[in-house]
Design a protein around this ligand. Structure first.
Ligand code: DGL
Length: 270
C-alpha cells in the first residue's frame, strides 16, 4: 500500500448520491485537497438494511478506498456513521470522520429552545445515535425523531422538488411540527437535496441543519492535527466511483454539483 503523504487524497463515501452534499463542501473549503468519492449504488439504500449488512458494505468500501491510498476517510453517510464506525475502524488504518457528532454539535450551536427534531433513515433513527450524541452534549435537550424512508429513493430518482416530494414531506413533518421543534437535523446526507421543500414545509422559524459544513471543518481539523493538510495554492484532483450504473450516477452527480462529471468509474464488490 502506498505511503500516506500530505498530497494523498481524502476518501468520501455514501450509499449513493447523498454524500455529495459533504463532498461539495469539502471541495469548496479545501480546493487543494484531492478527493475520491465512492457511491455504493449497488447497495443503496443502506437505511432499510440490517446493522450487519450496513457494517459489511461500509467496510468493503472503506477497504477499497484505503487501497487507493487515502489519508483520511469521511463516512458521508449517517446510516453508516450510526452503525458501522467500529467495523470501519477495524477494517482500515486511516483516521475516520463520521457525520453524526458534527451534526449534533451544529444543531445545538443554533437551537434556541433545545427542541431538536431528527429525520433520518429507519436504521439511523433506530440506532438513536443522534439522540445519544445530543444528550451527551446537552443533557436537558428534547429530541423527536422521525424516519423518512421515501426520501432516499426520491433523491436517487432525481426528484428533488415538486408535488410528490412536497406531499411526502408534509406527511413526515406532521409529528415534528406538533412537537414544535425549533431545529431540524437532516440526519441523512440525501436530505439536503430536498432543503427548499423541507424549509417551506417546516416554516421559517425552524432551523435546518445538515452536517456537511461541520463535518468538513472537523476533517480539516483532523488533517491539520496530523500534519497532513495538502500544500495551499494547488488544485486537488477529483475521482469518482460507483458500484453500479456509473453513467446514471455521473448524470445526477453533475446536476447536483452544478458541473459536468466526466467520468465515474465502476467497482464491483463480489
Ligand atoms: N445518505 C445516507 C445517510 O446519510 C444513506 C441513505 C440510504 O442509503 O438509505 O443515511
Amino acid at each position: 500500500m502506498a505511503r500516506v503523504t500530505k498530497r494523498s487524497p481524502i476518501g468520501v463515501f455514501d450509499s449513493g448520491l447523498g454524500g455529495l452534499t459533504v463532498f461539495k463542501v469539502l471541495a469548496r473549503r479545501m480546493p487543494e485537497e484531492s478527493l475520491i468519492y465512492f457511491g455504493d449504488t449497488a447497495h443503496v439504500p443502506y437505511g432499510s438494511k440490517s446493522p450487519e449488512a450496513i457494517a459489511r458494505f461500509s467496510s468493503e468500501v472503506a477497504k477499497f478506498l484505503a487501497g487507493r491510498g487515502i489519508k483520511l476517510l469521511v463516512v458521508a453517510c449517517n446510516t453508516s456513521s450510526a452503525w458501522a464506525l467500529p467495523a470501519i475502524r477495524k477494517a482500515v488504518k486511516v483516521p475516520v470522520v463520521g457525520v453524526i457528532d458534527p451534526g449534533a454539535r451544529a444543531a445545538l450551536g443554533v437551537s434556541r429552545g433545545g427542541r431538536i427534531g431528527i429525520i433520518g433513515t429507519e436504521a439511523t433513527v433506530k440506532s438513536e445515535a443522534y439522540v445519544k450524541a445530543i444528550k451527551n452534549l446537552r443533557k436537558g435537550a428534547k429530541t423527536v425523531s422521525a424516519a423518512c424512508p421515501l426520501f432516499v429513493p426520491l433523491v436517487e430518482e432525481g426528484w428533488w422538488s415538486g408535488d410528490v416530494v412536497e406531499t411526502v414531506a408534509r406527511k413526515y413533518a406532521g409529528p415534528l411540527k406538533s412537537a414544535r421543534v425549533d431545529t431540524l437535523i437532516l440526519g441523512c446526507t440525501h436530505y439536503p437535496f430536498l432543503k427548499p421543500v423541507l424549509a417551506r414545509v417546516m416554516g421559517s422559524k425552524v432551523r435546518l441543519i445538515d452536517s456537511a459544513e461541520e463535518t468538513a471543518r472537523e476533517t480539516e481539523n483532523v488533517l491539520c492535527g496530523l500534519g497532513l493538510r495538502a500544500p495551499r495554492g494547488g488544485k486537488g484532483r477529483r475521482e469518482m466511483w460507483a458500484s453500479d450504473a456509473p453513467e446514471r450516477f455521473a448524470r445526477l452527480a453533475g446536476r447536483m454539483l452544478g458541473a459536468k462529471v466526466k467520468k465515474v468509474r465502476l467497482h464491483h464488490f463480489d
